[in-house]
Design a protein around this ligand. Structure first.
Ligand code: THU
Length: 134
């Protein structure tokens, strides 16, 4: 496949960030995943008064794609308003490892910083489907 359309994907992540529900942390995160056929699924973090029920933007985007059978994810973009680009939390890394192991991951902020990475770099030696095989 050709190089993913990162600009469009990043724009979707930016727009998703506007819909973050973050009354507790005030830390808005936007994410978007791109599938092989060019479909984009956005996600934002959605918090809860029972704090642990909060879900990160990355997982909302990934679960939205899988919920309609869109499993061939080629790229994931994540945006925060931080000095440096923010990196997915441990829980999200585990989910990315499961649901988007081949994705190019673009981390960026509102100030123009950008980092391209992979789940292999973010979660080396991760536990995944292969380990369940006897
Ligand atoms: N958050 C994300 O959405 N993605 C991450 O990878 C890190 C953290 C959210 C969870 C919570 O709503 C807020 O950021 C502060 O932790």
């Amino acid at each position: 496949m050709a190089q993913p359309d990162y600009a469009t994907l990043m724009d979707a992540a930016l727009r998703a960030r506007d819909h973050a529900y973050v009354p507790y942390s005030r830390f808005a995160v936007g994410a978007a995943v791109l599938t092989a056929n060019g479909t984009i699924f956005p996600g934002s973090n959605i918090e809860n008064a029972a704090y642990p029920m909060t879900i990160c933007a990355e997982r909302v985007a990934l679960f939205s794609a899988y919920a309609v059978g869109a499993a061939d994810i080629v790229a994931l973009a994540v945006v925060t308003d931080t000095a440096e680009v923010a990196s997915p939390c441990g829980a999200c890394r585990q989910v990315i490892n499961e649901l988007a192991p081949n994705a190019q991951i673009v981390l960026f902020n509102l100030r123009g910083a950008q980092q391209l990475t992979t789940i292999q770099a973010l979660l080396p030696h991760g536990f995944g489907p292969a380990q369940l095989k006897e």
